[in-house]
Write a protein that binds this ligand. Structure first.
Ligand code: KG4
Ligand code: ZN
Length: 360
């Protein structure tokens, strides 16, 4: 064992015994540089996000190499800001956590390399966090009563899953998308409608003024009881847009956006509540960027209320990518003794439902 590994392991052991480590968390998986200071897995002392949306907007999507360069420039000042806003000195940080995947490899590496250097220089434990797990754990920061077991609908730009949260850090997949993720479908259709990047949130805003019965979309057919499919919907939507254009007209954007949003949200809610009923789940949570969707939040709140199911929705700033959620997830990894060595690498397709990681 080299010097760093021994020091970090000993520190991790004493933090486990103490239980309320102050963690500096770094998130750079896509186009947001984010840094947070989180204590005890739920107490967010600061959470800073530097968005790159304006930089990538002219390209209509995220350019990985530009994202990584922006992260490199943004991390240092953001760490200083996060420490200052948390009222925590660098010497009071007990451990450093970082998103190692899934995400864009170039972007992930910026954060991973920074966190490794920081951990090595200060002899601190390094905690690797799965980005999707981070989204789920955002609910712990927002709701004191949110604790396993519960079901979680994870809906982001790259994932649509129904996860069973068996315990802290223990997840089981009950269903998921067989093709496009919900956020991906929103983004691609928004693009075809001429809505600027990032499409999902803007489409959601426009949909508020539209009639959701104006256009009919095919209902996805999928075999798995809790699985989703959005590619048929996406193709039907893009074909309708192109057909209208070819005929010299255009679809009514607010009505089209509202009808489409209705189809996606209905599919998500139907599967989630079917799963909750089958499982006899008393509580369900939602996580990921699409958890910010206005219709999804309204509709799910009303349905869960009527069914007597406890619903946990993260506040909007904890739905989109942030580092507070990474700090929350890291706490439970640290408590389980799961720290990384300096060989930690970025894993662009990291799995949350790794059978080894989920073994009881
Ligand atoms: O979780 P996230 O910030 O990044 C990933 O991990 O992918 O999710 C981003 C996704 C994008 O597809 C974005 O369009 C979508 O979340 N999104 C929304 C809304 N806000 C963000 N989709 C629908 N309605 C929204 N209000
Ligand atoms: Zn995300």
């Amino acid at each position: 064992m080299n010097g760093y590994a021994r020091v970090a392991a000993e520190r991790a052991e004493s933090l486990r015994a103490r239980g309320n480590a102050t963690i500096l968390a770094i998130e750079t998986s896509c186009d947001e540089t984010a840094v947070a200071v989180v204590r005890g897995g739920r107490d967010v002392l600061s959470s800073e996000v530097a968005s790159q949306i304006a930089t990538h907007a002219p390209y209509g999507g995220v350019v990985p190499e530009i994202a990584s360069r922006e992260h490199v420039g943004a991390i240092d000042p953001l760490v200083d800001l996060a420490l200052e806003r948390a009222g925590v000195g660098i010497g009071e940080i007990d451990a450093v956590a970082v998103t190692y995947g899934p995400g864009l490899v170039e972007a992930l590496l910026s954060g991973v390399m920074w966190a490794k250097a920081f951990a090595w220089a200060l002899g601190l434990p390094l905690i690797p966090v799965n980005h999707i797990e981070g989204h789920i754990c955002a609910n712990f920061a927002a709701h004191a009563d949110c604790a396993p077991p519960f079901l979680c609908l994870v809906v982001s730009g790259g994932h649509s899953e129904i996860a069973r949260v068996l315990g802290y850090g223990r997840y089981e997949s009950l269903g998921g998308t067989v093709d496009d993720a919900a956020g991906e479908a929103f983004d691609k259709i928004a693009r075809a409608l001429g809505i600027p990047y990032p499409g999902g949130p803007i489409l959601d805003e426009i949909a508020e003024r539209g009639d959701d019965r104006a256009y009919a979309f095919p209902k996805p057919r999928v075999e798995g009881r809790y699985d989703f499919s959005f590619s048929g919907l996406k193709t039907a939507a893009i074909t309708a847009i192109r057909r209208a254009e070819a005929g010299g007209s255009a679809v009514d954007v607010p009505d089209f956006a509202a009808s489409l949003r209705r189809s996606v949200v209905d599919a998500l809610i139907e599967k989630l509540l079917r799963c909750a009923a089958d499982e006899g789940a008393g509580g369900v949570a939602v996580a990921g960027g699409v958890a910010a969707n206005r219709l999804l939040r309204r509709e799910l709140a009303a349905r869960c209320d009527a069914l007597g199911i406890r619903l946990w929705l993260p506040p909007l700033h904890l739905c989109s990518d942030n580092a507070a959620m990474i700090g929350c997830a890291a706490h439970h990894r640290l408590m389980a003794g799961e720290i990384a060595g300096l060989r930690l690498n970025a894993d662009p397709s990291a799995e949350l439902f790794d059978p080894r990681a989920n073994a009881p």
